[in-house]
Design a protein around this ligand. Structure first.
Ligand SMILES: Cc1cc2nc3c(=O)[nH]c(=O)nc-3n(C[C@H](O)[C@H](O)[C@H](O)COP(=O)(O)OP(=O)(O)OC[C@H]3O[C@@H](n4cnc5c(N)ncnc54)[C@H](O)[C@@H]3O)c2cc1C
Length: 533
């Protein structure tokens, strides 16, 4: 036992919440400087990282340059990127890819060189990839040294509930607040207190705030909500990237249907087989992702349907079998023979450009609290993410965060109070949780999706405020469980997205409003502080 009442399993130098690309790399880097705990609320294979398909962007080819990658990133970001963050992150792309290769990531190669693909809006082939399952390959390469390291303790199925700061304990005097640790929900549904000198939130995005999302179940914005409750500002949450073609399923769960199918000649139709894209853009199905997603959304709203179709039959059976064997197999598993019938699709929330406002090293206004990866907003993506820049951002942030804290003096930690569960009553009606989950996700999809308007946002805000009030009172009266914690976080994130969207009086990048269709001359970030709601 240590002098402050902790034992070895409840005090760490570095507490990393989240085991996607950002969390795993941070753990690897910090293990030689102190005791590390890495937590995830599911398993190591449940993260956005694990699902990433395309690859990771970085300059490794002789005919490419960092300046061109920077220019492409700024162009995609529609005037809202922070150029200093863009420079810092993009200039490390080649180095990060080499490091991943050294760690054993099985990137595809062509002779002695990496095989690079080119994705939308990149001026060069610069995406390093491992077949069409890059995220999993990167995750596995980063995980191996973590599980073997005696200085790292892994906690699976442990969920962070809230961070503990000096201000919450009434010990905050003046100057910046300090993060001291976190409450964790254990697999046995108990809440334990973990003290840490540094807490790193690497909890990923919040795709689950929408009914249709390409994100796995863990993406409920927990880290963003925790940081906000601790007092951190959030930035640019209105910019949600929707993937135009995800498999439609009435239950809401969905998976990506690669854009390469459209690239090879598949086209989009309504339920009557009418091909609508040429009405929206002369490039038809090959228009940029946000234009295609908006067109599908418009047709769905106009026709009152909940999905459209992607018809891959024009490619022919032979080509589909040769070039798209995985998708053929996956969809067959779902009962769809894409050689014979169109695929039901729906645009789905895919990536969150906004997050907790940080610098590139994940610093927040609270000492000892850092946010990295998709949960953070550094200004790299601006109003729209350039494809495959996100894994890069996660890894660069993890590296810089570790670099910035590894040599800090190891100050003693005060003892922290136990979680107070007095006064809670056994759950009576779990139906409330289910009802509110569904309502939040449907409201967000119907009113705060790809195309927004003042009226839709007002309606959403009214409903969400009511739901959040209900959830807050339920939360403090009943024992907490994973779904209740997630629901509380999602309701907060939903309201913050709406509030951010309401304050943007223009259409820029991924945010499109029918009331303000044009672009303002000056670009401003949307920053919400915890007093804003
Ligand atoms: C289908 C798909 C395809 C993609 N393709 C690409 C691509 O090709 N290239 C690219 O650059 N990007 C891609 N992206 C985006 C990219 O994968 C993510 O932005 C990135 O992986 C995020 O990494 P992260 O480490 O920040 O978070 P994640 O990888 O999402 O990890 C989050 C971790 O936090 C944990 N967690 C969350 N809340 C809690 C809590 N309360 N307590 C404990 N643990 C918690 C989770 O369990 C998980 O371990 C894709 C995303 C998806 C969904």
């Amino acid at each position: 036992m240590s002098t402050n009442g902790y034992n070895d399993s409840t005090v760490f130098d570095y507490l990393i919440i989240g085991s996607g690309a950002a969390g795993l790399l941070a753990a690897n880097r910090l293990a030689e400087h102190g005791r590390v705990a890495i937590i995830n609320k599911g398993t190591f294979s449940e993260s956005n990282t694990w699902y990433a398909q395309g690859g990771i962007a970085g300059v490794t080819a002789m005919d490419d340059s960092v300046e061109e990658h920077i220019a492409d990133t700024l162009q995609a970001g529609a005037g809202l990127c922070h150029e200093d963050a863009v420079r810092e992150i993009i200039s490390r792309g080649g180095h990060i890819i080499r490091e991943l290769a050294e760690l054993g990531t099985p990137f595809d190669t062509e002779g002695e060189h990496l095989h690079l693909t080119r994705e939308a809006a990149h001026s060069h082939r610069r995406i390093a990839h491992a077949k069409d399952a890059t995220g999993r390959a990167v995750g596995e390469a980063l995980l191996r040294p973590v599980v073997d390291n005696p200085n790292i303790t892994c906690f699976q199925h442990y969920m962070a509930v809230d961070v503990i700061t000096a201000r919450h304990l009434g010990r905050y005097m003046q100057g910046p607040d300090r993060c001291l640790g976190t409450y964790l929900l254990t697999p046995k549904s108990e809440v334990v207190t973990i003290a840490a000198r540094h807490t790193i939130l690497a909890t990923g995005g919040a795709g689950k705030v929408y009914l249709y999302t390409s994100n796995p179940h863990v993406a409920t914005g927990d880290g963003i909500a925790m940081a906000w409750r601790a007092g951190c500002p959030v930035m640019n949450l209105e910019f949600i990237q929707f993937h135009p073609t995800c498999l439609f399923s009435p239950s809401g769960s969905t998976e990506l249907i690669t854009e390469a199918l459209r690239g090879e000649g598949a086209y989009l139709t309504d339920a009557h087989g009418y091909r609508f894209m040429p009405e929206y853009d002369e490039r038809a199905e090959l228009a940029p992702r946000d234009i295609v997603a908006r067109a599908i959304d418009h047709e769905m709203k106009k026709q009152g349907g909940d999905h459209m179709y992607l018809d891959a039959r024009p490619l022919g059976k032979a080509k589909l079998e040769e070039h798209f064997p995985n998708i053929l197999k996956r969809l067959k598993h779902n009962g769809i023979d894409i050689c014979k019938e169109p695929i039901p699709i729906v645009p789905a929330a895919h990536y969150m450009c906004g997050g907790v406002q940080t610098d590139v090293a994940g610093r927040t206004p609270i000492d000892g609290l850092h946010v990295i990866g998709e949960a953070a907003c550094t200004g790299l993506h601006g109003a729209n993410r350039l494809a495959s820049n996100s894994l890069l951002e996660c890894l660069v942030m993890a590296e810089l965060c570790a670099e910035s804290i590894k040599d800090e003096a190891k100050v003693p930690l005060p003892s922290l109070p136990e979680w107070d569960a007095s006064g809670v009553e056994p759950e009576s009606e779990r139906v409330q949780i289910k009802q509110n989950w569904e309502e939040i996700r449907t409201t967000m999809s119907n009113y705060v999706g790809i195309v927004r308007s003042d009226e839709r946002l007002r309606r959403a805000r009214r409903r969400l405020a009511m739901i959040r009030e209900e959830i807050t009172s339920y939360y403090w009266q009943h024992p907490i469980g994973r779904d209740l914690i997630e629901l509380r976080n999602l309701s907060l994130i939903a309201e913050m997205i709406v509030k951010s969207a309401q304050s943007r009086k223009e259409s820029r990048g991924l945010h499109y409003s029918t009331d303000y269709p044009s672009l303002l001359t000056e670009a401003h970030d949307t920053i919400l502080t915890p007093e804003a709601l």
